[in-house]
Design a protein around this ligand. Structure first.
Ligand SMILES: C[S@@+](CC[C@H](N)C(=O)[O-])C[C@H]1O[C@@H](n2cnc3c(N)ncnc32)[C@H](O)[C@@H]1O
Length: 219
């Protein structure tokens, strides 16, 4: 089998349905995030989605958020941002790894399966930027694919995930995706992610399925 080209968010088609089929119970995760998010979105609140892709999460938040709340998505893929249909959501093309990236004072930041695509050495800087921008009592909701320290469980989770993907993709497509991601996606262990989020007053899991996990981090 020829080695496939590198995976790119700049060319992928039908991204929203692709991620829903690739991450088990993704729709249920989104539902959990939407419910938890409502606790932080007050009148005039500022909400960021870092690595927002098409802006679909913010579009769903828009439906129930106060009209004065400002919803801002940041992503560097024009291919994904261009697919957004959401009114009342501002989408910005920017690179989250930019050294001088700043965020305005905000109530809530979301980051679902984005940190794992950033170079490991810049994740801390981005989390520091988020932490400094959040108002006291504000929150970061973050989801990541993570590695399990126990090799047997890691293997078991990986192949359970493949079993689920086989319902929507061929074995060849699954392997090709894994090969194409190897240089651009770098999940970390739970312990490493906990360290990354260590400045927050509380870090509480709100969702998990196999090696995919989300936390509510309160400043
Ligand atoms: C796996 S997708 C997740 C998208 C969305 N959060 C979701 O859950 O559907 C990762 C997103 O991060 C974006 N991304 C990756 N690296 C980025 C960077 N350096 N700056 C901005 N966005 C980035 C990609 O373009 C992509 O939209």
């Amino acid at each position: 089998m020829a080695t496939p080209g590198e995976f790119s968010f700049d060319t992928i088609q039908n991204f929203d349905s692709h991620i829903e089929l690739s991450i088990p119970n993704y729709v249920n995760l989104r539902e959990s995030v939407l419910r938890v998010a409502t606790h932080f979105i007050t009148e005039n609140a500022l909400v960021y989605d870092l690595g927002c892709s098409t802006g679909v999460l913010l579009a769903k938040i828009r439906l129930n958020a106060p009209s004065t709340a400002r919803l801002v998505g940041i992503d560097r893929s024009d291919n994904l941002l261009g697919k957004s249909l959401s009114a009342g959501v501002t989408l910005i093309n920017d690179d989250l790894t930019r050294e001088d990236l700043t965020l305005d004072p905000c109530e809530l930041c979301l980051s679902l399966f984005t940190l794992q695509f950033l170079p490991i050495d810049v994740r801390k800087r981005l989390i520091d930027t988020v932490y400094d921008a959040l108002k006291p009592g504000g929150a970061l909701i973050v989801a990541e694919k993570q590695y399990i320290d126990d090799g047997y469980i890691q293997d078991l989770f990986t192949f359970s995930h493949y079993d689920m993907k086989l319902e929507h993709f061929t074995a060849e497509e699954i392997l090709e995706k894994q090969l194409s991601l190897r240089r651009i996606m770098r999940p970390q262990s739970e312990e490493q992610n906990r360290q990354l989020l260590g400045r927050f007053r509380s870090v509480t899991p709100i969702w998990q399925f196999l090696q995919f996990k989300a936390w509510l981090c309160i400043k």
